[in-house]
Design a protein around this ligand. Structure first.
Ligand SMILES: Nc1ncnc2c1ncn2[C@@H]1O[C@H](COP(=O)(O)OP(=O)(O)O)[C@@H](O)[C@H]1O
Ligand SMILES: [Mg+2]
Length: 364
């Protein structure tokens, strides 16, 4: 009979009576019922365990699903952020292009205006210069005549000559004419610089002498520079460079004016413009100033459109970003090195020849 009893009951009987067979007689029915109860309890437990297991499995599955959903959402958010950053960059590029367009439009009209004025001034300057040189000859003749007459009739002429301060006149007249000739030559140079600077008639890429561009630009910005700094030109040997000369002149102008601004307010400074050829295919134009320098935290931002440390209304923050764009369009590079309190050096490297792959349509 023990064979049918539940094993736990058998164990308890063994503990109580030594062995199940030693159990008092007459308990068989009771033992059978108890054994059945044990068996039922076993079945119940197994079922509960099974359903618990099922539930746990379901929970694990649901958890994994949630995790996956979460990851999916995270991915979606990251993708969205990326898109948004891309759009932001695109907007910035568009803005830069727009500003560049505006600026080059402005420069083109200024150039046109300058060239127009230069053309108009050219004519009168021409005849004033020519008349002046004739006047100089006439003056010499007049001096010779008066001196001759004075020698012939010193008594008669003496009083008149003294009355009109002849000695002074004959000294001062050629000096005045010389000075005026100088003035006219300077005006002529300015007109020439304006023409060189604007290059309005020059719409295509062409080979240009960068030293000429630097000289005319230095003359144009002389007003900004001459009261704050001495300019030292250390020109090396340069081949002609294939470029948009007027655009490069704009770059030179921006960098030079910035250098003057960086020196202004301090003691009189120095700007060194140095040119050289690092290798056969490139030229290097270097602008070094001993101005205020650029703070390290500003350095990465100076080429950004609208970045300026100048007071509102004084700087547009566009000069360097435009310059950067122009140099890039020429297939070149513009680098900066600066030390606060020591000064700043801008280095512009340009290819001598426009690279074939970078050929762009000629836009005016
Ligand atoms: N030579 C320089 N020395 C010191 N700071 C400079 C120099 N060149 C440029 N910077 C800094 O870079 C900024 C941006 O220059 P730029 O784009 O020409 O704009 P802006 O001159 O209108 O401020 C300037 O405001 C200035 O802080
Ligand atoms: Mg500037």
């Amino acid at each position: 009979m023990t064979a049918q009893l539940h094993k736990l009951l058998v164990r308890q009987l063994r503990r109580a009576y030594g062995s199940p067979e030693a159990a008092p007689a007459g308990m068989e029915a009771l033992l059978a019922v108890v054994s059945q109860a044990y068996a039922d309890a076993d079945a119940d437990r197994t079922m509960i365990e099974r359903s618990l297991e099922l539930m746990s499995q379901e929970l694990t599955q649901r958890n994994a699903q949630l995790q996956a959903e979460l990851e999916e959402r995270q991915r979606a958010r990251e993708a969205l952020e990326l898109k948004s950053a891309e759009q932001q960059a695109l907007i910035a590029r568009l803005e830069e292009a727009h500003n560049q367009l505006l600026q080059s439009e402005k420069m083109a009209s200024i150039g046109q205006l300058a060239a127009g004025v230069a053309h108009e001034i050219n004519n009168p300057i021409g005849f004033v210069a020519s008349n002046l040189s004739t006047m100089q000859q006439y003056a010499q003749t007049v001096v010779a005549i008066v001196d001759g007459l004075a020698a012939l009739a010193p008594l008669e002429a003496g009083g008149l000559l003294e009355q009109h301060e002849w000695e002074y006149l004959r000294e001062d007249m050629p000096a005045l004419l010389d000075e005026s000739g100088d003035g006219i030559r300077r005006v002529k140079q300015i007109v020439q610089d304006l023409k060189d600077f604007s290059h309005v008639d020059e719409r295509a890429w062409q080979y240009a002498d960068l030293h000429k561009g630097l000289d005319s630009t230095l003359n144009i910005v002389a007003n900004e520079v001459k009261y704050v700094a001495d300019v030292e030109r250390q020109y090396g040997e340069l081949p002609e460079v294939e470029c948009h000369a007027s655009q490069l002149n704009q770059v030179f102008m921006n960098v030079l004016v910035n250098a003057a601004h960086a020196i202004k307010g301090g003691p009189r400074g120095r700007i060194v413009v140095r040119t050289s050829q690092p290798d056969a295919d490139h030229v290097l134009i270097e602008f070094r100033d001993n101005g205020s320098g650029i703070a390290p935290q500003h350095l990465p931002r100076i080429f950004d459109p609208f970045f300026t440390t100048k007071p509102v209304g004084s700087g547009t923050g566009l000069g360097l970003s435009l310059s950067w764009g122009i140099v890039r369009d020429h297939g070149g590079r513009i680098d900066v090195e600066s030390q606060v309190g020591e000064g700043t050096t801008f280095r512009i490297v340009l290819p001598v020849q426009r690279l074939a792959g970078e050929a762009k349509p000629d836009v005016a």
